[in-house]
Design a binder for this molecule. Structure first.
Ligand code: FAD
Length: 222
């Protein structure tokens, strides 16, 4: 049976990413990095399930999602734009391949940052951020989710790369094998990857060219 939860707040995190906070249903169990299939309790939309990753932690008294919206798809994320506190969501199955295994480099494209938001929140809580690094790929600076927070959390271990604009202090282009190699050091054991399929395909080829063992790659496609 799906959980039915009321939305507590909806706000914009960037120009097209919503932060949605909802009631935490009793009995739900998830670990940082996991997602859940969500549908909207609105006539005609109850059966339209889409996957979103928890950006809250299991112990939080609420659940949170950061959701990039695509009005042009005329799908669920367009509908989410019209939701208000008191509207309801169904939460279906919890699942997900990404979980923290040890220090390494997180590589995210766009909304693919969401599992890493949860994992890094947990690491901060556990005082275990250590030498982890984050390479975050976006089109423009305005697309970067949570930039200030990652700057505070990771300092020089937070690397932004922008494909759509050139800004001093930000890498330019797409994530390349050279960029990954530049950030590998003695502490790098795992490579975490999440983003849209074309980015995943490209970065996985870079992993191959760098001779990275599949056992040390943790990934999920959006
Ligand atoms: C495990 C997992 C976790 C995820 N977690 C998150 C998360 O935390 N945050 C987040 O933002 N995203 C996340 N995603 C991605 C998210 O699920 C999708 O962005 C979302 O399903 C899009 O739903 P939608 O109904 O708006 O659009 P879609 O389901 O993409 O599209 C609806 C319809 O529009 C049509 N369509 C598709 N593409 C286009 C196009 N380019 N132009 C016009 N029409 C089109 C298709 O006919 C489709 O049926 C996750 C995905 C996975 C697999």
């Amino acid at each position: 049976m799906p959980h039915l939860v009321k939305i507590k707040s909806v706000e914009f995190l960037t120009h097209d990413v919503l932060k949605i906070i909802a009631e935490k249903p009793s009995g739900i169990i998830y670990h940082p990095g996991q997602a859940v299939d969500v549908s909207i309790n609105k006539p005609g939309w109850e059966g339209e399930k889409r996957s979103f990753t928890f950006t809250s932690l299991q112990d939080d008294p609420y659940i949170e999602f950061n959701i990039k919206t695509y009005p042009s798809h005329h799908g669920v994320t367009e509908q989410l734009l019209s939701l208000r506190p008191g509207d309801e969501l169904f939460l279906h199955d919890v699942f997900g391949d990404i979980q923290y295994k040890g220090e390494g480099i997180f590589i995210a494209g766009g909304a693919g940052i969401t599992p890493f938001i949860a994992i890094l929140k947990q690491l901060k809580k556990d005082n275990a951020i250590a030498h982890n690094k984050l390479i975050f790929a976006n089109k423009t600076k305005a697309d970067i989710i949570d930039e200030e927070n990652f700057n505070k959390l990771l300092g020089k271990n937070f690397i932004n790369i922008l494909s759509g604009e050139t800004i001093a202090g930000y890498e330019h282009g797409y994530v390349s094998a050279e960029l990954i190699k530049k950030h590998i050091n003695n502490y790098t054991k795992y490579f975490y990857l999440c983003g849209p399929d074309p980015m995943m395909d490209a970065v996985e080829k870079h992993f191959q060219s760098l001779g990275i063992d599949n056992n040390f790659i943790v990934k999920e496609g959006f």
